[in-house]
Design a protein around this ligand. Structure first.
Ligand code: PLP
Length: 386
């Protein structure tokens, strides 16, 4: 198993923030403002100039604030903290995980381009890639990316991005990030590797250090951590983040509110502590489930029985709070379980301090068309919970 990143405990608290220079307030303020003033017309013109440059190295917050859809100091604090935790140059805070994914992907690919995506991805991501991107003239090929060679086979002369999610939702399959990154780096078009790190968090896995170019998160999950705000982030090179900010994010408008950015900041201060406990609790639950006669399959990357356990130990420093399992009694047994659990709450989402449980086949995966479900495998009796 790779080494846990001990300095993350310090970064989670201190990165991106310092006492307010005006008041001395120790906790970051919420800048609940839509617009920012200029002292002179020349200062205003210079600020606009900076935002319309197509390619600059952006580290966030060095530029004057203009309007909260373009940037806001509370968003900047969040962006600096997640960039530090993921080991990236810059970050962009968004309204949701889907806004982060759409912003990242549509900054990397445009009409006429090709995207290779792992087939085991969050159902909303699958929906975006399966229906919306082709409608925009972007070709998408789904592959079983647990075999990195399948990514190589799918690359084309117009491939501009490779999208992976690991551990993948809902089966907790793992993808070898370093192997996929090497394949992308060797391809003529040098497609960007975009990795959804929601399930692992930077505490358990750091895709940029393994060669990925951009990381996306549903911050709604472990980063916010308390089930009270929808938010997203993307982390990557300064130039890419600047293009995303001044292109997709500014024009499609999916920015996070200052209050939700602050809730994410509040949650992230305890992220490493919470994730450590999630890791320990989930392993205990997974081991217990393996002993139960009514359970036919348990999927948890920390178990010997996980098909990618060697990779898990190589690329992760902990295995997260999500456990997936199947019941021998099939769909009916799954529903009965949902009706009878105590303490666990029957609800979608994950990464909350509360234990949630759900049945993907009848909820999150039910709106994927039957014909396409083969590409996003979710066994009918699968149950998952953090
Ligand atoms: N990525 C993963 C792995 C998810 O599980 C989810 C939501 O469940 C998303 C992205 C989308 O995030 P959001 O709901 O914040 O838009």
């Amino acid at each position: 198993m790779s080494q846990p990143h001990r300095n993350l405990f310090t970064l989670a608290i201190h990165a991106g923030e310092s006492p307010d220079p005006v008041t001395g307030a120790v906790a970051p303020p919420i800048h609940q403002a839509t617009t920012f003033s200029f002292a002179t017309a020349d200062e205003a013109a210079a600020a606009f100039e900076r935002y319309i440059q197509p390619a600059i190295d952006w580290t966030g917050g060095d530029d004057p604030y203009v309007y909260t859809r373009w940037g806001n100091p509370t968003q900047t604090t969040l962006e600096r903290k997640i960039a530090a935790l993921e080991g990236g140059q810059a970050a962009l805070a968004t309204a949701s995980g889907m806004a982060a994914i759409a912003t990242a992907v549509l900054t990397a690919v445009q009409a006429g381009d090709h995207l290779v995506s792992a087939q085991t991805v969050y159902s909303g991501t699958y929906e975006l890639f399966h229906r919306k991107l082709p409608a925009l003239g972007i070709e998408v090929t789904f592959v079983d990316a647990t075999q990195a060679g399948n990514v190589r086979q799918a690359l084309r002369p117009n491939t501009r991005a490779v999208y992976i999610e690991t551990p993948g939702n809902p089966l907790l399959d793992l993808i070898d990030i370093a192997a996929v990154a090497q394949i992308a780096q060797a391809h003529a078009t040098r497609p960007l590797v975009i990795a959804d790190n929601t399930f692992a968090t930077p505490v358990n896995q750091q895709p940029l250090k393994l060669g990925a170019d951009v990381v996306v998160h549903s911050a709604t999950k472990y980063l916010v951590g308390h089930g009270d705000a929808i938010a997203g982030v993307l982390v990557g090179p300064g130039e890419f983040v600047h293009r995303a900010r001044t292109g997709m994010l500014r024009d499609f408008g999916g920015i996070v509110s200052p209050f939700n950015a602050w809730l994410a900041l509040r949650g992230m201060v305890t992220l490493p502590l919470r994730v450590e406990r999630h890791n320990a609790n989930a392993l205990q639950v997974a081991r217990w489930l393996e002993q139960q006669p009514q359970v036919s399959l348990v999927r948890y990357p920390g178990l010997e029985s996980h098909p990618h356990v060697a990779l898990a130990r190589r690329q992760m420093s902990g295995f997260g709070g999500m456990v997936a399992f199947e019941l021998a009694g099939g769909v009916e047994a799954g529903k009965k379980l949902m009706d009878r659990v105590r303490l666990c709450t029957l609800a979608v989402s994950l990464g909350d301090v509360r234990t949630l449980i759900c049945h993907p086949a009848s909820t999150t995966h039910s709106y994927i068309p039957a014909a396409a479900r083969r590409a996003v495998p979710a066994p009918e009796s699968l149950v998952q919970g953090p």
